[in-house]
Design a protein around this ligand. Structure first.
Ligand SMILES: Nc1ncnc2c1ncn2[C@@H]1O[C@H](COP(=O)(O)OP(=O)(O)OP(=O)(O)O)[C@@H](O)[C@H]1O
Ligand SMILES: [Mg+2]
Length: 333
């Protein structure tokens, strides 16, 4: 493929400054949520993003749509380096990428009508008049399977699945090319999850959308994403075609994560009996350079160099897989 990717992340780092205090505080404690994250998403592709709670998935999604400012690296959208632009330069790009947020309950303010909610991105970006905003919102509601009459209602009148449709309509209203979907089906029952996933797949095809699809659900990722990236404590440790990653995970963390995530068996997602991986716990920052592999302290495959020698994401095998591991499982297939 010679096509420019829809999105290219180059060595993205996000470091949060902790504690209160508005102005720059020298020596303030920082927390590294993402380190050296590089990945591409082709036009029309859905890239899955998995990783345990706290691994930085939402932070990465928020960085992509400019709700979090990276402290390092570049975000290249359709060939343009967005990190080099100021707020004014960025303006034309903002409508072209939107996010469906992790918790629709929180993102859909019950005091607002569905019209207020769905048209909000247009108002924030000063796109159109009240009349055209309303017409676009009505069209998007119908696109996601809700009647235009819903505009006058409040989100609290709707079920979880319908509220998620409202959240999707809201993300679509600026007619974006790229959608970050942050766990769009969590909190829904299994049959509703399947309907929302169907809707997302249909929208992707009919509107030619590109997705970054954050999930905890192996079934959902198999259904929607042809490739998956695995995030461990702010770093991508493995990227591979979904089928290959599930059939033959190679990074020891991917193996542990897949064992712990819900499994997709014969069309139904059932919780895994395995315990989830231990939490990161001490909120320790991502180890930075010269500290070896971040997973080494937990890794059953660990060898002496793993604790000392840094590891980079590199091509591993003919399936387009990338791996950051000194001693991965399996042989090159
Ligand atoms: N604004 C912030 N300030 C400080 N730390 C933050 C901030 N936002 C996120 N973090 C920290 O960054 C880490 C990654 O958080 P993030 O929400 O991206 O994880 P996640 O992978 O989406 O987790 P989950 O699966 O629970 O949604 C966490 O330790 C979190 O506490
Ligand atoms: Mg999250």
């Amino acid at each position: 493929m010679t096509d420019t990717p829809c999105l290219r992340l180059e060595k993205i780092g996000v470091r949060f400054t902790l504690g209160e205090g508005g102005l720059l505080h020298r020596g303030k404690e920082t927390f590294t949520a993402l380190e050296d994250v590089s990945l591409d998403i082709a036009r029309g592709e859905c890239l899955g993003l998995i990783g345990e709670s706290g691994s930085g998935k939402s932070t990465l999604g928020r960085a992509v749509v400019h709700l979090v400012t990276p402290t390092a690296g570049r975000i290249v959208f359709g060939g343009t380096d967005l990190t080099a632009l100021d707020a004014r330069g960025l303006r034309p790009y903002r409508p072209r990428m939107q996010m469906v947020f992790q918790d629709p309950g929180e993102s859909l303010n019950p005091r607002f009508t569905v019209e207020d909610i769905v048209t909000e991105p247009l108002r924030l970006l000063h796109i159109g008049t009240k009349r055209t905003q309303r017409a676009l919102a009505a069209r998007m509601l119908e696109r996601v399977g809700l009647p235009a009459a819903a505009l006058a209602h409040r989100p609290t009148q709707y079920s979880g699945g319908q509220r998620q449709r409202i959240a999707i309509a809201r993300a679509l209203v600026t007619e974006p090319e790229l959608l970050v979907l942050d766990e769009p089906t969590s909190g829904l029952d299994v049959s509703m999850q399947a309907r929302i996933l169907n809707l997302l797949r249909d929208l992707q095809t009919s509107l030619g959308l590109t997705y970054l699809f954050i999930t905890h659900d192996v079934g959902a990722v198999s259904y929607l994403a042809r490739r998956v990236a695995v995030l461990y404590r702010g770093r991508v440790v493995e990227i591979a075609p979904t089928r290959e990653l599930i059939r033959a995970p190679r990074h020891p963390y991917t193996v542990a994560l897949l064992d712990a995530l819900p499994r997709f068996i014969r069309g139904a997602t059932i919780p895994s009996p395995a315990a989830p991986p231990p939490p990161v716990g001490d909120r320790a920052s991502v180890p930075t350079e010269g500290r070896g592999c971040a997973y080494a302290p937990r890794c059953p495959q660990r060898q002496p160099p793993c604790l000392e020698t840094d590891v980079a994401l590199e091509p591993a095998g003919i399936d387009g897989r990338l791996l950051a591991c000194h001693h991965p499982f399996g042989t090159v297939s």
